[in-house]
Design a binder for this molecule. Sequence first.
Ligand SMILES: NC(=O)c1ccc[n+]([C@@H]2O[C@H](COP(=O)([O-])OP(=O)(O)OC[C@H]3O[C@@H](n4cnc5c(N)ncnc54)[C@H](OP(=O)(O)O)[C@@H]3O)[C@@H](O)[C@H]2O)c1
Length: 217
Amino acid sequence: MTISGSTVSIIGAGNIGSTLAANFAAGGQDFLLAGRDADAARKTAADLDGHAEAVSVDEAVDRAGVLIVAVWLNDFQQFIADYGERLVGKVIIDPTNPVGPDGRGGYRKVISEQESSGQILAGLLPPGAVLVKAFGTLSAPTLAAAAWREPDRAVLFYAADDGAAGDLVAGLIRAAGFDPVRVGGLEQSIRIEMFGDLHEYGALGRTVTRTEALEAL
Ligand SMILES: NC(=O)c1ccc[n+]([C@@H]2O[C@H](COP(=O)([O-])OP(=O)(O)OC[C@H]3O[C@@H](n4cnc5c(N)ncnc54)[C@H](OP(=O)(O)O)[C@@H]3O)[C@@H](O)[C@H]2O)c1
């Protein structure tokens, strides 16, 4: 595929979006930041040493070649419905975990057991927009605490069908202070979503180094 520019946007300035924003800023990665609440996005961006530019969601979509859509699954589906053809030529990064409250203080899956949000969302994109699954494997507090770990970086798994898009996301994972490990194509998304065997809240249960990650694959 051709990626139309390498400007990066984070869309959604909640727990994951703002944590990732801080990690990128710490790594010197510049990006655009857009939230539904423009004031909150501006405040978050103002604390990031000039690495973040707060913009509208429209601007974040149109100016960037890489969009990290850090919103819940239903909002992501609506985002694709709203922006459709404007996403063509872009890499769309999906950190979603398809879960909601279980009523007992925990989480339950909101799609069927065998489905992954990565594959559902990829199927909604127009031809020419490419989805990569990444940045959803760790909780926001762990994403903050485990970044830039020395001497062994913590791993962030990602799933990609497209080699060039996957490499680009691997670079962003490094820029966020983690070591990228590809689990395979998007059919492997389920393994890195919540309850999957490579998710922090799955069988793995913790962050891992590259050696441990490769053993777990
Ligand atoms: N929190 C975690 O530890 C964690 C870990 C891994 C993955 N994830 C995944 O990351 C995603 C975000 O989770 P979160 O905890 O960061 O949620 P959150 O704190 O609720 O943040 C989501 C943000 O997205 C905004 N938003 C929704 N639709 C938008 C749109 N169309 N344009 C711009 N902004 C939009 C929301 O704005 P409003 O407040 O106005 O709705 C909210 O600020 C979810 O899919 C979740 O499964 C979360």
